[in-house]
Design a protein around this ligand. Sequence first.
Ligand code: PGA
Length: 253
Amino acid sequence: MARRPMMAANWKMNKTVREAQDYTAALIPRAADAEGVDVAVFAPFTCAGEVARMAEDSAVIPGVQNFFYEDSGAFTGEVSAPMLLDLGIQAVIVGHSERREIFGESDEMVARKAAKAVSSGLLPVVCVGETKEERDAGNMWEKVSGQVCRVVEELDDSVGGEDIVFAYEPIWAIGTGDTATPEDAQDAIGKIRGLLRELRGEEFAESVRILYGGSIKPENAAEIMAQEDIDGGLVGGASLDVGSFAELIKAAS
Ligand code: PGA
């Protein structure tokens, strides 16, 4: 089964509405040209509605970087799946390491968010990855497999591999310029696919997309994307400029 590659821009806490408009206007024709690649933009809440409005009927998949798993209620500061769907949002990052490390999101919360996204019809991009200390201590797989298992446990049996995306993002590679080698990225992502095969079977494992994230840039993208199990990228810094992100889209196609 051929998996469709995905190149995803994670703007993090960047861009005003005006900047988002200019970017989206420039991205839409480039996404249209990117044959066979899903192009997604994960915008801050403040401009996500505008991105979604502009992206309607285009090849750009509008997304946000977080949400909460209840539909409504006394959850000050949070945004729910129905609110996102109302804006035309189609995808959401779940469990980014910055959410886990800075804002204290637990494996349990991440798993509940992933399951809720799927059941709401949002495509979750679920992030997993180890710290430098964990890698150096030989605990990379213990950390990553634990994160993956906790998410999969929460998913209904009916959920298919095409309903969810994983992103392996070693924390030491995020925003540091220090990319994992293509071999290390392939090793981790191949293991994640193997684990998903054990947990959910062959069809799920062959259809689920697993991205790499962590200091992807135009200079290293082609080599990373060429790895057998790597189905695309989740890009922070190098996605902020639309020209640089367009180069990454090309590398994935
Ligand atoms: P980076 O961020 O490309 O700036 O390393 C990736 C991410 O955090 O998703």
